[in-house]
Write a protein that binds this ligand. Structure first.
Ligand SMILES: [Zn+2]
Length: 441
């Protein structure tokens, strides 16, 4: 234990661009540096995913929090600012934000800010006001958009969590093709699932742990505990010499962004959340194979889109008028030709309407369909002349069930709560320093 030390929370966001860097990798570099200083980690590094439906946050909208004990916070802060300045990919559009908070307990205002950042669009002005009103120690480059995630990361309170082990490449390998033994990943998943998840897509025979961009991540393994992801990483086979790994505690796999009920009278673009309503327009398959329908919520009709890649378009197609459903997703901005649409991320069927088909009645004597005698004239059997005045109804069995439908794992987002996690909540996690959450090869 460090005597006379203070607790320092560090929030980092938006250091990367589509062309390079990665906030988790920069955090890994900072952690490697901190390990050599007289500091002590108080918790695992946290990787917090915020609202994924913000279009300019193309890489998953993740921010990092580090919490340490130090005797010399000012020196540490200066060094971290240097890291952000030297390594952020500002020339390709990164707008890094860095926030420090020096106290063990974190004020309510941070928690509130963080909760909103999970599902709303928060402007950088709001973040800058928050910083000046609360006299918070911070630093930013570019337009400072990263301050939103940096404040949010410090204020984030876990109610459930998962872990991700991120394994990084050596600098000389950045941008090169990742070569990994597919069978080893498949086998790793078969041995460790559900303690690890979304590592391999059996349906498409595809590795899911390796990203495809130029970023420094070689692979990421998600799971329920530090032990499970560390064990799983020993089963993955590659010839590439890697730099090391770090395990992050995360809100990935918790559907954190869909807990808020969307307000139908104030549906702002890029917000995430859920709605409960009744199907009020027949699903239609449009160009590209996407399915659109509307639901009625209160006195509003909301257009909803189920995209082809989710592979649940068939389910959406089988919805009928009156079905009561609970949908989660993000609001896509209206364009010139299209109104606002809820991009569906889960489809939970609460109540299925009976599918009744009305047909001409059958003659009980001849077992033949009767013929209509014209509008409101009733029906008559053309063989024996039997008459009937009403149509007969036939209940068509529904092909879909009253249950939750999720996109195929190939279309999962970082925050998607997978089936096997539906009832799972990881609550208490003691920071166990005996576990190898950081490993430099
Ligand atoms: Zn008849």
């Amino acid at each position: 234990m460090l005597k006379n030390s203070t607790i320092l929370h560090i929030g980092i966001d938006d250091t990367d661009s589509p062309k390079g860097m990665c906030t988790t990798f920069l955090s890994y570099k900072i952690v490697k540096f901190l390990e050599k200083q007289k500091t002590e980690f108080v918790d695992y590094p946290s990787l917090i995913r915020f609202n994924p439906n913000i279009p300019w946050k193309t890489r998953g909208n993740g921010a990092v929090r580090l919490t340490i004990k130090t005797r010399n916070p000012n020196k540490i802060k200066k060094e971290i600012i240097q890291f952000i300045t030297n390594y952020s990919d500002t020339k390709n559009g990164a707008n890094p934000g860095l926030v420090f908070f020096q106290n063990q307990s974190i004020p309510q205002s941070f928690h509130k800010f963080s909760r909103l950042a999970l599902w709303k669009l928060i402007s950088r002005k709001t973040a800058k006001d928050f910083i000046s009103n609360n006299k918070i120690d911070s630093f930013y480059l570019g337009n400072g958009q990263g301050l939103v995630g940096a404040i949010g990361a410090i204020g984030y309170k876990f109610s459930d969590h998962t872990f991700e082990l991120l394994c990084y490449r050596k600098k000389s390998q950045f941008g090169k093709k990742r070569i990994i033994n597919k069978h080893s990943v498949k086998k790793m998943q078969s041995i460790t699932f559900p303690e690890t998840y979304n590592s391999f897509d059996n349906e498409n025979d595809r590795v899911l742990i390796t990203p495809h961009g130029p970023d420094p991540v070689f692979y990421g393994i998600r799971g329920e505990s530090v032990k499970s992801v560390v064990l799983a990483s020993t089963m993955v086979d590659t010839d590439e010499k890697l730099d090391g790994y770090m395990v992050f505690k995360s809100n990935q796999g918790t559907a954190d962004h869909l807990k808020n009920e969307l307000q139908v009278n104030d549906l702002k673009p890029y917000t995430s959340g859920f709605l409960v309503g009744k199907v009020c327009s027949k699903p239609v398959t449009e160009q590209g194979g996407h399915v659109f329908f509307s639901i009625q919520v209160g006195d509003r009709k909301i257009r909803c889109g189920v995209y082809k890649q989710t592979k649940i378009t068939k389910i959406a197609q089988d919805l009928i008028l009156g079905d009561k459903i609970h949908l989660g997703g993000g609001i896509r901005k209206a364009s010139k030709n299209y109104e606002r649409v809820l991009n569906v991320e889960f489809l939970d069927i609460i109540k299925l309407e009976k599918n009744i088909l009305l047909t001409n009645p059958t003659c009980k004597t001849c077992n033949k369909k009767m013929k209509s005698k014209g509008n409101r004239q009733g029906f008559e059997c053309f063989r024996c002349g039997n008459k009937s005045f009403s149509k007969s109804s036939l209940e068509i069995p529904r092909k879909i069930q009253r249950k939750l439908y999720l996109p195929a794992i190939s279309a999962h987002r970082h925050l998607t709560r997978p089936y096997q996690r539906l009832k799972k909540r990881n609550k208490f996690e003691i920071f166990d320093t005996s576990l190898e959450w950081l490993n430099i090869f």
